[in-house]
Design a protein around this ligand. Structure first.
Ligand SMILES: Nc1ncnc2c1ncn2[C@@H]1O[C@H](COP(=O)(O)OP(=O)(O)OP(=O)(O)O)[C@@H](O)[C@H]1O
Ligand SMILES: [Mg+2]
Ligand SMILES: [Zn+2]
Length: 292
């Protein structure tokens, strides 16, 4: 489709994370739509599919990813570098390791910029296929500044199926367009309910909001995640559903989205047999499909 690119063209001037192949922002226009839950399950899911994955929790306001990932040991220092924590096969850095809970919200905003810089420069990520970034909710200055600091391959937008989804997604899309980051697609979370007893599927909200939003905005629809107590319980216990119950339809929904994301990114990258996929993708963007 041609919109997958390195996205870094106008972003970070120096690549602070040269050992990371693809950087994906997980974002949402609104808070509480399950962005962190999605980020965690996609990160662990991609690792289960054999990729080398890092997860950066850049949400200073509610950095709950360490809890969701079941991390007990904070990152360690080694030779002036920070070694990320590790859980379920994913390397993890979170604002939650560094920002004391009592830090006033008004102080947190300005901390984002420098903290992100350090998360890129001072963390020993090692060779990674994917670095997922859980962005703070919203489409304000903080998100823009992160988008400019991090050389993003693309962004996924998480919504819920209510009527506002389209409006929120449009704002999200506009923000990423502004900083020249391609939107990989929209994920609809808390989409439908599968009865634990009989397996019957119930559409709680009007169905297909995320799909319609994607269609209207001209971006891919990546899939729907059911609303399910097991997903919340998994997050609360540090056992994401993709590891807690991998055979469940809930976990499968996440795994399918992982496959969609990696095939979109790798598909675009592997068409040329280049050892530097990001550069080849950039070339692709400059030369429209079919052109020379
Ligand atoms: N598909 C789901 N089914 C059931 N519960 C879910 C689902 N997705 C998220 N939740 C629950 O909803 C709550 C909010 O999710 P989460 O923290 O991931 O949202 P968020 O968008 O990251 O929020 P914030 O804006 O505060 O960062 C959590 O308690 C989480 O466990
Ligand atoms: Mg969150
Ligand atoms: Zn039932």
């Amino acid at each position: 489709m041609g919109e997958v690119n390195a996205g870094a063209a106008n972003a970070a001037q120096d690549n602070l994370i040269p050992t990371v192949k693809y950087t994906i922002a997980v974002s949402s226009g609104k808070g509480g739509v399950g962005k962190s839950t999605v980020a965690v399950n996609l990160a662990v899911g991609l690792a289960l599919q054999g990729a080398r994955v890092g997860l950066m929790d850049a949400d200073v306001y509610g950095p709950n990813v360490p809890m969701m990932m079941g991390v007990r040991t904070p990152p360690q220092q080694k030779d002036g570098k920070l070694l990320p924590a590790e859980s379920h096969g994913v390397k993890l850095i979170s604002m939650g390791f560094f920002v004391p809970e009592e830090t006033p919200l008004t102080w947190r905003g300005p901390m984002i910029h420098t903290a992100i810089q350090q998360f890129l420069r001072d963390v020993e990520w090692g060779e990674l296929d994917y670095l997922l970034i859980d962005l703070p909710p919203g489409t304000g200055d903080a998100q823009l500044s992160i988008g400019q600091l991090v050389p993003l391959t693309g962004a996924v937008i998480v919504t819920t199926p209510q009527a506002v989804a389209l409006h929120d997604s449009r704002k999200g899309l506009a923000m990423f367009q502004k900083i020249n980051v391609p939107v990989l697609g929209i994920i609809e979370n808390m989409s439908f309910f599968i009865c634990g007893k009989c397996g019957e599927r119930t559409e709680i909200f009007s169905t297909g909001g995320g799909e319609r939003a994607a269609e209207k905005l001209g971006v891919p629809f990546l899939g729907r995640i059911p609303i399910d107590p097991a997903i919340r319980v998994g997050s609360d216990n540090g056992m994401p559903i993709v590891v807690a119950d991998p055979a469940s339809p809930q976990a499968q929904a996440f795994m399918n989205i992982c496959s969609m994301i990696s095939s979109r990114i790798r598909g675009a990258a592997c068409e040329t047999d280049s050892p530097k996929p990001i550069e080849s993708l950039l070339q692709k963007i400059k030369r429209p499909l079919g052109g020379k």
